[in-house]
Design a protein around this ligand. Structure first.
Ligand code: NAP
Ligand code: MG
Length: 464
């Protein structure tokens, strides 16, 4: 696979400060496909300087012109969508069909939405005798995970650029090639030098240096709760803006009046997609006790279609594979019953995990409380609606969820009582403009649409 051996800083590919590199591995066959430089604090410093230098001019660029550049970026992402899909498949392991539709497709929608928002957003408002100016926060340090290698980048960079901020990106060490492709797209789209900068590298080195850099005004992080906590603390100590999008343990609540077969099959598809490596996946399915056995039979039939190596890809790396298999063993040890799958790896080569469904899971088991981040679903039994609500809200997380009922109003009434940032009603469609983010320990801040844009703005009030 093609890779750059430098960093994209100040509008050009420059040699890295140090000699170290990171090997990029294809998780489907465990082969090394490329090497990228492992950035140091010096690379981060050069990138932050470039971003600072570019900031005043970009902040002063009329929103319509910023919009035109973001539209050009979207067009490059469209033109290079096959290359993007192949790169995501090579370094993440996602089946090519998923890489085309989701990994390459969704970023086009999100970039497009910010091209439109930059042009139409009101960066000034009138409140009584005041005019409130909405101004860019400054230099953004973006730290992204590997699960949606391009989407996670675009969901931060597009609103930041729309707002008039400049950016330094530290992508996940497992998926740097997609980030390099994105930097190429930025260049091709004609963004001014320094408006976007890329430093590949390891989290505790390059990521840490970026989060702590005093030239960074806002840190936007997506990833694990442990690292998010640390980044929040670092940013807090420096009185710096911070947004953290963390894990989830979302509930898929199937009310007794729902179309059970549809709710179960969509629920299985939701968890198995991207090998379960989705923070908003509905990893707990809640079924009324009278329908429990029927739901288990439906789930077993539905999950049989998810064959590892065909519809389901591997996990991103050996560490994640080990972690997820460990959770499956833990589920068995705590008394849950397997309906499908299990801890044995389905292939000798590649970081695959068997699509796994557990029955007889109680709300307090480890597999019902912790984010597993693999193709593992827990099916829980509830007695009545109050019990379902207690279970649904009974974790430290609150990122997403689903409710199914015959009557939309019945589902909405339940959704209103859920402590979570988004709920799909009877299998509602993805909306790239709807705010995405968590309640409770799922995070602070929102991404996407106008709410995502406002994260990158600060207010200045002029009184008359
Ligand atoms: P992670 O370590 O939190 O990685 C997220 C990003 O933060 C990566 O770019 C990472 O770099 C960087 N990072 C790591 N340590 C850092 C530090 N001390 N300072 C600054 N940046 C740092 O997540 P992970 O290890 O890849 O995955 C572990 C678990 O996190 C998963 O099993 C899952 O539960 C959760 N997760 C959640 C999401 C989500 O969308 N919310 C996404 C991915 C993972 P490196 O790539 O070098 O580590
Ligand atoms: Mg990590």
């Amino acid at each position: 696979m093609k890779a750059h051996d430098g960093m994209y800083i100040g509008g050009q590919w420059r040699p890295a400060a140090g000699p170290d590199t990171i090997a990029v591995v294809n998780p489907a066959d465990e082969q090394v496909i490329a090497h990228v430089p492992a950035g140091t604090a010096d690379d981060v410093d050069a990138a932050v300087r470039a971003a600072r230098e570019a900031f005043p001019a970009w902040a002063a660029t009329p929103p319509a012109e910023r919009a035109a550049r973001i539209a050009a970026l979207r067009d490059v992402l469209v033109a290079r969508k096959d290359e993007i899909a192949e790169t995501v498949t090579a370094e993440l392991g996602a089946p090519l069909a998923l890489s085309r539709t989701v990994h390459a497709g969704v970023p086009v929608l999100v970039a497009g939405s910010y091209a439109e928002l930059a042009a139409s957003y009101s960066f000034e408002e009138r409140i009584g005798n005041s005019t409130v100016l909405l101004e860019p926060v400054g230099v953004v340090g973006a730290i992204t995970p590997w699960n949606y290698p391009l989407h996670q980048v675009v969901a931060k960079v597009a609103p930041a650029l729309a707002a008039g901020c400049t950016v330094v990106l530290k992508p996940a060490e497992d998926t740097p090639l997609t980030a390099q492709l994105f930097a190429e797209a930025i260049h091709e789209a004609g963004l001014p030098a320094g408006v976007f900068n890329l430093v590949t590298g390891l989290g505790p080195v390059a990521g840490q240096a970026l989060a702590a850099h005093e030239g960074v005004d806002l840190v936007s992080f997506t990833g694990s709760t442990a690292v998010g906590r640390q980044i929040g603390a670092t940013a807090g100590a420096a009185v710096k803006r911070v947004a953290v999008e963390l894990g989830g343990k979302s509930a898929n609540v199937i009310l007794p009046s729902a179309d059970l077969a549809k709710a179960v099959s969509v629920g299985i598809a939701n968890v198995m997609s991207n090998s379960g490596q989705t923070c908003s996946a509905w990893t707990r399915m809640l079924v009324h006790r009278n329908q429990y056995d029927e739901a288990l039979a439906l789930a077993a039939a539905a999950v049989a279609k998810y064959v590892p190596g065909e519809r389901v890809g591997p996990l991103v790396n050996a560490k994640q594979q080990k972690r997820v298999r460990g959770y499956i063993e833990k589920g068995l040890a705590e008394g849950a019953r397997l309906v499908a799958g299990g801890p044995e790896a389905p292939h000798e080569t590649g970081y695959y995990v068997s699509p796994t469904v557990f029955a007889d899971v109680t709300w307090d088991m480890t597999i019902a409380q912790e984010e597993i981040f693999g193709p593992v679903l827990s099916i829980l039994k509830y007695e009545d609606e109050e019990d379902a609500l207690r279970i649904a809200n009974g974790t430290v997380y609150g990122l997403a969820g689903a409710v199914w009922a015959a009557d939309e109003a019945e589902a909405v009434a339940f959704a209103r009582r859920m402590d979570t940032g988004q709920v799909d009603i009877n299998g509602g469609r993805f909306n790239p403009l709807a705010p995405f983010g968590g309640y409770k320990q799922s995070g602070v801040g929102r991404e996407l649409g106008p709410h995502g844009l406002s994260e990158y703005l600060q207010t200045k009030s002029l009184q008359f």
